[in-house]
Design a protein around this ligand. Structure first.
Ligand code: SF4
Length: 802
């Protein structure tokens, strides 16, 4: 290993592990023996506080390496409101946030992801930013870092070499010039590189999707295998940044998607596949692909989800495929309530198309339609806002007409968000509405919801406003971000944690205000992202802006009519559609075999003691499938795998003696099965002592559990004496269901100090006290010390006869 690289994600595990980009990089870098790429995610607020108080630092999930000790920290930035988390991660890691304050002993700090099409708010922080698609850049960049490390290059030299790789931006090589508070010039200090061009993967077929998913331990938000169908969308919705910064459309061959999906599902034992792209139903081969995948997945009880469907390209055939497994809410995004405003944003859907799709969706069995709208779009009038409520109500009446959603449950969820003008779109010059206006418009939209079965959801305007500031922000925001962190801002994308007043103060402390960033921009003014070229020309954006104001539409270029946006050279970079849908016959279905049961001793030790029971069971089930074990399932509407333990172990308790029962439809050698599964389980979880189940054998948790406890604080022998002498020792257990008194004298079979620890045997009769409860009640340990004590279950046995 010649370089350590932290794949850093400034969000919590559950969100970071849902993100496809980090998995792509992880698998790509895992193939390099000279680079150790390890994941480091953001600690949640409580752990941040402890880390700050105790001088702890974020560490990598793979080896526990402290973040500050990596050669390079590479942040993946999906959303502007994670910038304060990035700064907090650096702060906790002991890495100075400002580039100028870092020396040769500090890691390089780099970032990539969609927000890097305007990297200026982080320009004082980052050494380098990757603009565009990382697949083509990551390896040349790693080679460069290795060389720079070996030859101890000064940073300045590294920057100058790095920017020779197309798509790499070094903020230190550009200097913004301000006059009277307005940006007037962005000076290139390396004149041979005056502009940074976005890196584009010409053909997605050259980069197959990752196929060896990391099994998550804690359940992620998107707990599924995601396979990217295509990149880019040329529908041309004028508010949509992704539609401009991922051009042109590049579809993967259907065979590659099919193969990667089946391989990834088999390797991860996952229960859901999601086909991902900006507009899934636009994928040329979607119908044959979805049908072939469903033929393979349905017998394996794996569901298929297709997020990001466009209603005007949703065919009945595709809807029928989706319906084979799921009937939860169906999402449609009209974005604007009136046809006029949809014309302005180039989302050219008629009312009839929207209502017709809702009708078809209800008709096929869905009970809920989710509609997405935006408030504050350019040229929006009161009439446009009122039309949102009316359209949602009309969609709800379609449910009635098709006999769906009887009763009082909502049939339409109308989600309302605030329009945020984004760089590199035709609306990059527009103003963004403020808090008061957004409140008025929301009230107007809600007042027009005539149908009681439309439920309106409002995304917090304050988060959108701060997002707007950072999206079109300039280099002056570096100081604002640092001040915001000082004032306590973290997790700003979580509306309940956004401290809006602190942001206003951070701006004011730097002589700035919201207005400086929400205001409309002059067409001839210098924009902070002017030196970043995503490929779409300024002339095209201006022409699109004109067309928007005139209500004129622009057609999708995927089918061949080029609108000359500037991205394609029409040789290497051009729209690429799925060439064919030749797909293999589905693999043989698992079939039905005689149900056989197997018993194992399950060890749960080390860090896995912090896995909740359900999380552990999900992990075990997936690992069994990933190891190729053909599990037996229950019958019925929601079949589930027959993988069970006798009882749920308390969170935080380790055990050597849990019993796991697994039912299969094939015969296995239990030792070989355990070895295959153990090779895939995380350290701490292990199956041993496998044997076939016995006829009529019940899965019963023996009544007495014996623990060896290593306390985190000294245990007072006099308190134990007092316990032994007492006739009754009452402990109060508080739970969400209420409180319960437990007599520990009746529930404890054995309790004695041994060496530096405690031997404890508790019985289920009498409420089975948890080890931590005994430490608190009998020995008076604080709840923190009790929770930090290690309890290892070493035996589970029957009651001894008197
Ligand atoms: S250059 Fe033409 S074909 Fe390429 S993305 Fe732009 S409009 Fe489409």
């Amino acid at each position: 290993m010649r370089l350590s690289f932290a794949l850093a994600f400034p969000e919590i595990y559950e969100i970071a592990m849902s993100h496809l980009g980090i998995k792509v990089l992880y698998e790509s870098l895992a193939g390099r023996p000279d680079v150790a790429a390890e994941r480091v995610f953001c600690p949640w607020l409580d752990l941040m506080e402890i880390m700050e108080a105790e001088g702890e630092t974020p560490w990598s999930l793979e080896s526990g390496r402290p973040l500050g000790s990596f050669d390079v920290i590479g942040f993946s930035l999906q959303y502007e409101l994670t910038y304060t988390n990035l700064l907090m991660m650096l702060k906790l890691a002991g890495v100075p946030a400002r580039r100028e304050e870092r020396g040769p002993a500090h890691p390089l700090v780099i970032a990539g992801g969609p927000t890097m099409v305007n990297p200026e708010p982080l320009a004082d922080i980052l050494d380098l930013a990757v603009v565009g698609e990382a697949e083509e850049i990551i390896h040349p960049l790693m080679d460069l870092f290795i060389m720079a490390k070996q030859e101890a290059w000064p940073r300045e030299r590294l920057y100058r070499e790095a920017v020779k790789i197309e798509g790499v931006y070094a903020p230190a090589l550009f200097q913004p010039v301000y006059q009277q508070g307005r940006l007037t010039e962005i000076k290139a200090l390396a004149p041979e590189h005056p502009v940074v061009h976005r890196r584009i993967v010409p053909d997605m077929a050259d980069y197959p999707p990752p196929q060896r998913p990391i099994l998550p331990t804690v359940t992620p938000v998107h707990d599924r295998l995601g396979v990217e169908l295509a990149r880019g969308c040329t529908r041309g919705c004028r508010f949509c940044q992704a539609g401009f910064i991922y051009r042109p459309v590049r579809e993967r061959p259907a065979g590659q998607v099919y193969q990667a999906a089946l391989a990834g599902l088999a390797a991860g034992g996952l229960e859901e596949l999601a086909l991902l792209s900006l507009s899934t139903s636009d994928y040329s081969c979607i119908e044959p692909l979805a049908a072939a995948l469903m033929d393979a997945l349905e017998p394996r009880r794996i569901s298929l989800s297709l997020p990001s469907l466009r209603m005007d390209s949703l065919s009945p055939e595709l809807a029928a495929q989706i319906k084979r497994v799921r009937k939860t809410g169906f999402t449609l995004a009209p974005e604007a309530g009136s046809e006029r405003l949809r014309g302005v944003i180039n989302k050219n859907l008629s009312h009839e198309q929207i209502l017709g799709t809702a009708r078809a969706v209800y008709g096929m069995g869905w009970n809920l339609v989710k509609l997405y709208f935006m408030l504050g779009l350019p040229t929006e009038t009161q009439e446009d806002v009122a039309a949102i409520g009316r359209l949602a109500s009309l969609a709800a009446s379609e449910a009635k007409a098709t006999g769906r959603g009887r009763g009082k449950r909502p049939v339409v969820n109308a989600s309302l968000g605030l329009f945020v003008p984004k760089p590199h779109t035709p609306f990059q010059w527009e103003g963004q509405i403020g808090l008061d206006q957004s409140r008025d418009r929301l009230a107007l939209a809600k007042a027009n919801l005539g149908d009681s079965r439309v439920k309106a959801k409002w995304n917090d305007a304050k988060t959108s406003i701060i997002e707007g500031v950072l999206s079109r922000g300039d280099r002056r925001l570096g100081a604002v971000l640092l001040r915001a962190v000082e004032l306590g801002c973290r997790f700003d994308g979580w509306s309940e944690h956004l401290d809006y007043q602190a942001w206003l103060r951070a701006l004011a402390d730097n002589g700035l205000s919201l207005d400086d960033y929400l205001r409309p921009r002059e067409q001839d003014e210098v924009l902070p992202w002017e030196h970043i070229d995503v490929g779409v020309s300024k002339a095209y954006l201006l022409a699109e802006r004109e067309k928007a104001l005139a209500g004129q539409s622009t057609a999708d270029c995927r089918a061949g009519r080029c609108g000359d946006c500037g991205v394609c050279d029409h040789k290497l970079i051009k729209p690429r559609l799925c060439p064919d849908a030749e797909l293999p016959a589905p693999p043989p279905a698992p079939g039905e075999g005689e149900r056989l049961t197997w018993r194992f001793r399950l060890e749960k030790t080390g860090a896995t003691r912090y896995l909740g029971h359900l999380e552990m069971m999900r992990l075990l089930e997936r690992t069994l499938r990933a190891a190729g074990v053909e599990l037996a399932y229950t019958q019925g509407f929601h079949p589930h795998a027959l993988v069970k333990t006798a009882a749920a172990l308390s969170l935080g308790v380790e055990s050597l003696v849990e019993v796991l029962e697994v039912a299969t439809i094939r015969a296995y050698d239990p030792d070989q099965l355990a070895a295959r599964v153990n090779a895939l389980l995380p350290p701490g979880l292990r199956l041993t002592d496998g044997r076939p189940g016995r006829p009529g054998e019940k899965l019963i948790d023996p009544p007495v559990a014996v623990y060896r406890i290593t306390p985190a604080a000294p245990l007072d022998p006099e308190r134990l004496d007092a316990f032994h002498k007492a006739e009754k020792w009452t402990m109060l257990r508080l739970s969400p269901k209420g409180q319960r008194e437990i007599d520990l004298k009746a529930a404890i079979r054995q309790i004695e100090l041994s060496g530096h620890g405690l031997l404890l045997a508790t019985a289920s009769a009498g409420g089975r006290p948890k080890p931590a409860e005994v430490l608190t009640s009998v020995f008076g340990l604080s709840p923190q010390a009790a929770a930090a004590s290690r309890a290892l279950k070493t035996e589970a046995r029957e009651e001894e006869q008197a």
